[in-house]
Design a binder for this molecule. Sequence first.
Ligand SMILES: Cc1ncc(COP(=O)(O)O)c(C=O)c1O
Length: 365
Amino acid sequence: MSETSGTSASTPKLRAELDGVPTYKPGKPAAADGPAAFKLSSNENPYPPLPGVMESALAAAANFNRYPDMACTELAAELADRFGVPVSHIATGTGSVGVAQSLLQATSGPGDEVIYAWRSFEAYPIITQISGATSVQVPLTADEVHDLDAMAEAITDRTRLIFVCNPNNPTGTAVRRAELERFLDRVPSDVLVVIDEAYKEFVRDTDIPDGIELYRDRPNVAVLRTFSKAYGLAGLRVGFAIAHEPVAAALRKTAVPFGVSQVAQDAAVASLRAEDELLGRVGSLVAERERVRAGLVAQGWTVPDAQANFVWLRLGERTMEFAAECERHGVVVRPFAGEGVRVTIGETEANDLFLKVTEGFRQGA
Ligand SMILES: Cc1ncc(COP(=O)(O)O)c(C=O)c1O
């Protein structure tokens, strides 16, 4: 049969870069039945939407026969005002992971290198490989922190983009101001550094810098933020970058047209206006994080500094056994086989249940 007849048995030609792309593993959902099951596997915000935010979202939903405002005009203006940056420096997307993918598309392709710590956010290797660029993974230090010196040494003339995940997912650790500034001073000005601050609002250590301050006088620094965590809009998919021109302009070119729904845009604007209440909730989650971490340390666990909305337990070979034990007790965590588990700070009841499991596991060990 001829190749052009349309009935050839061969399959459509797909890009070779897709071979072996790891699939993103979403946090496992809580069981629909059985004992009260809590999902502590996706770093979500356990609080339900605020009534005012819900109202804005529902009002926008009434018009979903229309396309959304493609430029996210109102949201971008609110963000520019909130952070004291030019509106042309704001680029929105379908969650910060959507913006991260746009950053890859804007900077990197076959033959280019993208540096990031490992282990870190699991989307980095996926979106890098999809772009055709090569991942350069730099192991975390023994304290589970970015090894910024090693990352600086990994820069070559092929490096196009560097992710600094601060605080880092899944370890919760963060780099300090002086070391990050020293690192940025070592990066060539034509290499983009993306400071991924998905968990910024949960940071309490004052020595951890605000990426937006670092971006201001560094044209090669971009900051990623999201409404998914502190603001509780994970299901609506809206995040943004703050970046100088021409990076922000390139992000607007590579973004999926109309990617951010009007429901998401209006809910994000309403969330910014209800920030005091939302950040109050973040304060409660941080208090819970400190309580959980202290409880774990009292039980004898080694827990790295936790600056996000989760804790990290390095369990090595016992990781999957521990995750199964949690699940048996109604708590779903996020295991990374052979490495450790990441456990999101959730409702007090869920956190208490988790601490009970950790205590039993240590005693049984
Ligand atoms: C470090 C980091 N960056 C980005 C994201 C993406 O969040 P979203 O796409 O929901 O904004 C996550 C989500 O888990 C994350 O952990």
